[in-house]
Design a protein around this ligand. Structure first.
Ligand code: FAD
Length: 423
């Protein structure tokens, strides 16, 4: 990067958050540069669920058809008990699409990342790799970033989309990622290797004591994506070396045959320890703003982490568009303030709900039975718990729908339900 070729916006981090924001701003006619530390742009990991609040934005960007061509539109999302395998509740995703106007999709991470990368190229975003940002500072006319190799770059505004371990976040808060003591194993394998009958028309979630297991199809059903998540006893004991494959095997021994059949397929050479951070309400420091996981890393139980990052860029670009004068100049102070007025509160709700959701999924004993009774009583077509997330992304606090308030567990009548053995 050279200051000889100045841009309006510098974006640090070329993950899904950074690239989608770069595209959104370039689409409004701004000159945008992305600085990515890696040697190449890419995504590790496997599948990603993208709910209607994300596919609505992809549609607005003109990218939904491309995504549909690469992803899968499952017919239903089914939650089952991981111990006895019984169904607890389901979403009819065809009806959900009618309700919200846009589909619920599952897609390979690298495919979604690739869609944004190509869109950025087409929109003329300057995409720079091998650029590790180590420092940020506001200047009278914008902001500057310092790179590890001694270079510097500047722009009117800097957006830090540098993920869970964000350097820029330190401008706003001195906090650390919060360990949940849970770890995720992933696998994306050709469907022939599934070793069992899998209904790829479903996104399936088995919830169990201190563990859960997710699977769904990818790439038009050619691949099976699996995620196995469990609480690590070694993490709870304070050991450094936690989340190892022996713990994976032990965590799922008491689960139903369908779940156990999936465990041997999990990748065993890498795993993802699950961290989030406590929500913060300030994301903007002068001409520097946080976006995506840098601002609001969640536990993944709501499947909204990447979705929130994409929403952030869409909201910011919306406010930029509304504050662009005829000569092309932008009232950045107003745009950043409008962004900060709406996104932190929405993301706080999601981050905190994801924590609560994780607790609900991982219950044991009587609480598990109470949860199961409540979920079984839920009407498939009752959308009261999804409306605040899957509806149109709010541009202002006034547009933000009221949050769903969960029903207390102890309202479930489980008298007469026997406690199953083994839990
Ligand atoms: P990141 O993807 O972390 O990207 C940050 C980028 O910044 C990286 O490219 C990094 O190399 C670069 N970078 C970092 N520091 C610097 C630096 N100093 N200088 C330059 N570049 C830098 N979300 C969903 O929406 N749906 C799901 O189904 C879902 N499932 C998930 C399952 C699991 C197991 C996990 C772990 C997460 C899941 N998520 C899901 C969450 C989602 O993956 C993240 O929220 C999302 O990827 C965050 O994107 P981001 O661009 O903000 O950050």
């Amino acid at each position: 990067p050279t200051s000889a070729n100045p841009v309006d916006v510098l974006i640090v981090g070329g993950g899904i958050g950074g690239l989608s924001a770069a595209f959104a701003l370039a689409r409004e006619g701004l000159r945008v540069r992305v600085l990515e530390q890696a040697r190449e742009f890419g995504e590790v990991g496997a599948g990603l669920q993208i709910a209607p609040n994300c596919t609505r934005i992809l549609h607005d960007y003109g990218l939904l058809e491309e995504a549909k061509g690469l992803g899968v539109l499952p017919k239903s999302m089914v939650m089952r008990d991981a111990v006895d395998g019984s169904e607890l509740t389901r979403l009819d995703l065809g009806d959900l699409e009618r309700e919200y106007g846009f589909p619920y999709m599952v897609i390979h991470r690298s495919d979604l990342h690739g869609i944004f990368l190509r869109a950025c190229r087409r929109a003329g975003v300057d995409l720079v790799t091998d650029a590790h940002v180590t420092g940020y500072e506001n200047t009278p006319s914008g902001a500057r970033v310092l790179l590890e190799d001694g270079r510097a770059d500047r722009a009117r505004v800097v957006i830090a989309a540098d993920g869970l371990h964000s350097v820029a976040r330190r401008l706003l808060v001195e906090d650390e990622p919060v360990s949940s003591a849970y770890v995720a194993y992933r696998a994306a394998v050709p469907i022939e290797q599934a070793g069992r009958d899998v209904d790829l028309s479903e996104v399936s979630v088995h919830v169990g004591p201190r563990c859960h297991f997710v699977h769904y199809g990818l790439r038009g059903g050619e691949m099976l994506n699996q995620v196995a998540v469990f609480q690590s006893p070694k993490a709870l004991a304070g050991e450094e070396d936690w989340g190892t494959p022996d713990e994976l095997d032990a965590a799922f021994t008491a689960t139903c045959p369908d779940v156990r059949a999936g465990i041997p397929l999990m990748w065993r050479d890498r795993w993802w320890r699950m961290f989030d951070r406590d929500p913060i309400t300030t994301w903007v420091d002068g001409n520097i703003a946080l976006l995506g996981d840098a601002a609001h890393p969640p536990l993944q139980y709501m499947a909204q982490g990447a979705v929130m990052a994409i929403e952030d860029g869409w909201v910011l670009a919306g406010h930029v568009a509304a504050r662009r004068a005829e000569d092309g100049s932008v009232d950045w102070r107003g745009a950043l303030a409008a962004y900060e007025a709406v996104r932190p509160e929405h993301c706080r709700r999601v981050v905190e709900t994801a924590r609560a959701w994780g607790e609900l999924w991982h219950l044991d004993g009587v609480a598990r039975l109470q949860r199961n009774a409540l979920l079984r009583a839920r009407d498939t077509y009752d959308y009261s718990f999804t409306a605040w997330i899957y509806g149109p992304t709010a541009l202002t606090p006034e547009e933000e729908p009221p949050m769903f308030t969960p029903i207390p567990l102890d309202s479930a009548d489980v008298s007469g339900v026997p406690e199953p053995a083994g839990t």
